[in-house]
Write a protein that binds this ligand. Structure first.
Ligand SMILES: [Zn+2]
Length: 167
């Protein structure tokens, strides 16, 4: 999923954190088979989000895959708002829309925060790796496989319990 951000910047949450939150929400909702109506989601931060004469933390427009969020929200409220609005974009509930959306927001939020933290942590280290791999290594020697790809990460595997035959 790609996100297109307007030029208004959130005041209490970094752009790296915003990207991580949006991609974490997308990952979790996509993993569970949900999708928005377009391949690009427009995200518009605003000083004030107004709808029907009232002010809101956020607002979603499912048909055009766009949502708004108040730029001054602190981190956790920003996560709540982005996740809530993204659920509106990804899941068209037919009734009790706000009850279902807000309850699902509460349920998914802890994993969104965990995932967003992983994404944001090494943002510039990964960006450098991705940029560097496009620069030619080929001047020094022939194309070859780098054995480093098989090196063990040391990360604990959490999905083993779902393997067939396991108890
Ligand atoms: Zn809502």
């Amino acid at each position: 999923m790609r996100f297109k951000f307007n030029s208004v910047k959130p005041t209490k949450v970094s752009k790296e954190e915003i990207r991580a939150i949006c991609h974490a929400c997308d990952t979790i909702l996509s993993y569970h088979g949900k999708a928005p109506t377009k391949n690009v989601i427009s995200v518009n931060f605003k000083t004030k989000v107004v709808y029907k004469g009232k002010t809101w933390a956020g607002l979603a427009y499912r048909q055009i895959a766009e949502f708004e969020a108040k730029k001054s929200l602190p981190y956790e409220d920003m996560v709540t708002t982005i996740l809530h609005e993204m659920i509106h974009l990804y899941i068209p509930f037919s009734d009790k829309i706000e009850k279902k959306t807000s309850t699902l927001t509460a349920k998914l939020k802890p994993d969104v925060v965990r995932l967003a933290n992983i994404l944001v942590e090494n943002t510039y280290k990964r960006a450098a790796y991705v940029a560097h791999c496009s620069i030619s290594y080929g001047k020094v020697d022939e194309d070859h496989y780098d054995d480093a790809q098989w090196k063990r990460t040391g990360e604990d595997r959490k999905g083993k319990k779902y393997q067939r035959g396991s108890k």
